[in-house]
Design a protein around this ligand. Structure first.
Ligand SMILES: *[C@@H]1O[C@H](CO)[C@@H](O)[C@H](O)[C@H]1NC(C)=O
Length: 263
């Protein structure tokens, strides 16, 4: 126990650095060009993309300080935030709308919450602005005016719509053996929030669940087929009839996962 605490203590600065690096990929510094910015059409709606750690962490092959899958018994066990994405109704989305540089100091008061509820679940380097999906925070302007409010809003919406609780109360509990009808999972969300989410699977495991919102954050249905982006299609966008919510099994020792499936 003492050893584990000591390790945790030593790892903390690195975890923080990891969070900062992870976040800096969300709002990336690009060569701001005011004239260029004016050409970017304002988005139509928000998508809160939640990721299921049990599925994401299955693909952890090696560990690094920024990967929350590697936190041993402290690894996340409920849906966490992947992103709050401004989207267009036609299924596309704006990117690289940067009007200001990302400043880690602006979100220093949110770091604990972000580390817990908006963690990075991989060790791969953040993708660059061109082609990356994660650079979209600044595209929320002018609805969300700055970096601090972008992350604060993401957390608040996440707390308000607790998908993990809704599924749990409907009997869809995390399990490595049970399979659940995907229609039942969608119905549970519809009954709780009166909107239709979109779901992304990896094989027969739920990988992501998306909730959509108008610009004033009243809930709305997510667009259907067209809302699925290329990266997700390659990771198998369509779900089978029966899906699982797997539990990430971690040894807790040194924070390394004990299961390293080859899939
Ligand atoms: C969601 O609900 C579950 C079950 O009630 C609870 O354990 C968890 O802390 C909640 N998550 C958030 C982010 O509020």
């Amino acid at each position: 126990m003492a050893t584990f605490s000591a390790r945790t203590h030593l790892a903390l600065p690195w975890l923080l650095l990891g969070v900062i690096l992870g976040l800096s990929c969300l709002i990336e510094k690009v060569d701001g060009n005011r004239e260029g910015e004016l050409n970017i059409r304002e988005f139509d709606y928000f998508k809160l993309a939640l990721q299921w750690p049990g599925t994401f962490c299955k693909s952890t092959r090696h560990c690094c300080s920024k990967n929350a899958c590697c936190r041993g018994s402290n690894a996340p066990t409920e849906f966490t935030i992947h992103g709050l994405w401004p989207d267009y109704n036609d299924g596309t989305w704006p990117s690289c709308c940067s009007r200001s540089d990302f400043d880690p100091k602006e979100i220093s008061t949110l770091v604990d919450g972000l580390e817990k509820y908006w963690p990075t679940l991989s060790c791969s380097s953040p993708s660059k602005c061109h082609g990356g999906r994660e650079k979209h925070g600044t595209c929320s302007y002018p609805v969300i005016r700055d970096e601090y409010h972008y992350f604060l809003t993401g957390l608040n919406v996440y707390f308000k719509y607790n998908v993990t609780r809704v599924l749990y109360e409907a009997g869809y509990v995390p399990s490595n053996t049970e399979k659940y009808p995907v229609g039942g999972i969608i119905s549970a969300i519809q009954n709780a929030f009166h909107i239709t989410p979109s779901i992304v699977c990896s094989k027969d495991s739920i990988k992501e669940l998306h909730l959509c919102f108008y610009k004033d954050f009243t809930p709305r249905d997510c667009a259907t087929v067209s809302s699925i982006n290329i990266e997700m299609v390659t990771s198998k966008a369509s779900c089978p009839k029966y899906v699982s919510l797997p539990i990430h099994v971690s040894s807790g020792r040194d924070g390394f996962p004990s299961l390293l499936p080859h899939d």
